[in-house]
Design a protein. Sequence first.
Lengths: 221, 114
Amino acid sequence: MEIKVLHQVMEWNEDVSAEVRRTLKDHKVCLINVMGSPGAGKTSLITALIARLREEFSIGVIEGDITGQIDAEKIAALKIPAVQLNTDGACHIEAMSIQHILPDFDLDSLDVLFVENIGNLVCPAEFDIGENLRITVLSIPEGDDKVAKYPLMFTDTSCLVLNKCDMLPYFDFDVSRAAADYKGVNPEGPLFQVSSRTGDGVDALADHLAGKIREALAADA
Amino acid sequence: MHELAITQSILDISLQAAAEKHASHIREIRLRMGPFSGVVPECVQMYLDVLAKGTPAEGAKIKVTTVPLKVLCRDCGREGEIDRTHIACPYCGSLRLKRLSGKEFMVESLEVDE
């Protein structure tokens, strides 16, 4: 005998992400999910963006790591509210964790909440955490083949940031190859070449994000 | 990735559906998944063999139907099937596409003994 079931397997994650989205909308907060490999420069990029966005927006950060407080301490040193989310071994953040951690912030006083996801090019892309925007960070030393090898991370993102571009003279990273692969999987996604260390290109990225944040906050009104 | 948690979820869904129909044993669990679901069926089967021990789903086989990646073109208005590495309308080449299917992952039906 056949039984019809038609039950979404990942439904529990989808459900909570919708709740997170609703909570953030009620409090007019734009959630930005920052993803990339370990060492791609996610924390440094967030730090560089905070410096350029904090005048216009009130910012908070959720620092995802498997263990430890290192990144939250770095952000807190900037006098920005930061909460460390330890996944105790899990390779990605789920909406449920975000939901649990939101009460640690005064959401009414925030405009933007960055979430630094666990360093990983595979799993974070599979989980919707209730974000308005996704930023994928790929650094030059990782190699220009990563877009082709981990397509979902680059398909489901709002923009791709090539970080550590000051390292281009020392690596055989073909920007045009990465850009072409990215265009194949995400035809309308913008690409930014930056160096958080020298600051090159960070202004253009910050301007782009500021526009998107304003749009998101206006849509929430 | 995450096949252990996913398999537990598949098992829970299946056992509940079978219990509602008063089925005694689940022979087959039929899944529907898109190319973007990120799940490895062989892995789900291995975990199921372990997790289902002692339940009515013990020995159940996983059968997978893959859903094509379908898009609706916002320019020419036609629906087409595409490859995940080359995202463009197969008819007019437009990049203004809406994804209609490809990310789904569901338990579609069960083959059971009454």
